[in-house]
Design a protein around this ligand. Structure first.
Ligand SMILES: Cc1cc2nc3c(=O)[nH]c(=O)nc-3n(C[C@H](O)[C@H](O)[C@H](O)COP(=O)(O)OP(=O)(O)OC[C@H]3O[C@@H](n4cnc5c(N)ncnc54)[C@H](O)[C@@H]3O)c2cc1C
Length: 297
């Protein structure tokens, strides 16, 4: 029996484009069908399909086997698809916000986001509210009663972290939270709603390599000696140039960490937290959201 499809395609138009900072823009998409979209968590991932030159709407096959037929299209006929996060869904108003990092015109998504104007149309592959099953498209799953949360992210995961901090702020008692957030420049720091005692540390790269400031901050904040660890599991590296780094926490510990960003940086942080600090890898979610020099769709 075919697996139940928890995601479906939504055709939407850009309603508004808000500049949040020099590197981040918020796209407010609207469409009649968005009333049937849902999100299962603050890091709910979706796919965005962009039109090819000459297309007003990306031409993506329909029907049950649409995805296989989409993959089978010739390269120059296949509208590009990239992964994004639902920043906020207002289903009743038929609106959904997605925050895009502008990293130049090197990729179809960033190219589109740089030039998009209201009325431009894209397709979103997003969770279907008419299906009860969990979409399985979000990884923020802190164990109940966890005492300490560590969030480590670059700007591509900032929309998810912003939602996570909002969710924590809404709790009557939030765990002690440290968020280390790397952005391109100081002006990319956003006002975030977070628990009153959460520590949110902005790490502007200001020309440094992607992930360098994050790794340094993790090393400065979590010293192996402070954790009393002689050294943890020896990990095999993931070849982030040929594989996707995607490891999900599956055990409860005193600390839950959620780490997302450039895959090489996430791997270096993984090595440090698990091997040098001795943290339990089963309590940490590591996700390579993108890989420098590589296209992931
Ligand atoms: C679960 C998940 C959720 C995500 N959520 C978001 C989100 O909400 N907002 C968001 O902006 N991104 C998000 N991303 C990251 C986004 O999918 C990638 O950045 C994607 O590569 C952008 O596509 P593109 O067409 O612009 O560039 P691509 O065509 O994919 O890549 C072209 C070149 O640009 C480089 N590149 C890609 N992204 C960046 C970057 N951020 N900075 C510098 N160089 C880059 C690539 O390494 C490549 O060399 C998410 C990724 C995942 C896996």
């Amino acid at each position: 029996m075919a697996a139940q499809q928890t995601y479906r395609l939504f055709e939407v138009a850009l309603k508004a484009r808000h500049v949040l900072s020099p590197s981040l823009v918020r796209m407010v998409f609207s469409g009649a069908e968005v009333m049937h979209m849902k999100t299962d968590g603050p890091d709910q991932r979706i796919k965005v399909f962009f039109p090819l030159p000459g297309q007003a709407v990306p031409q993506v096959p329909s029907g049950e086997d649409w995805y296989a037929r989409y993959r089978a299209l010739a390269d120059d006929q296949r509208p590009p698809m990239r992964t994004y996060t639902i920043r906020q869904l207002r289903a009743a108003q038929g609106e959904v916000d997605v925050d895009f990092v502008l990293h130049g015109e090197t990729g179809p998504a960033s190219y589109w986001a740089t030039r998009a104007v209201p009325g431009d149309r894209v397709l979103l592959l997003a969770p279907d509210a008419q299906v009860d099953a969990h979409s399985q498209g979000c990884e923020w799953q802190p164990p109940a009663g966890v005492g300490q949360i560590l969030l480590v992210a670059d700007e591509t995961a900032l929309p998810a972290v912003a939602g996570i901090l909002e969710e924590l702020a809404a709790r009557p008692q939030a765990p002690r939270t440290l968020a280390l957030l790397e952005v391109a420049q100081a002006a990319d720091a956003l006002a975030l709603r977070a628990p009153a005692d959460a520590e949110v540390v902005w790490l502007p790269r200001e020309g440094a390599g992607h992930g360098q400031r994050l790794l340094q901050a993790v090393q400065a904040r979590l010293a192996p000696a402070a954790l009393g660890a002689a050294g943890g599991d020896v990990l095999e590296d993931v070849d982030v140039d040929t594989q996707i780094l995607w490891e999900l926490a599956d055990a409860a510990g005193p600390l839950y960490a959620w780490v997302a960003g450039e895959a090489g940086a996430v791997m270096a942080i993984r090595r440090y937290l698990v091997q040098s600090c001795g943290l339990d890898r089963r309590a940490i979610t590591f996700m390579g959201y993108w890989r420098q020099g590589r296209v992931l769709d």
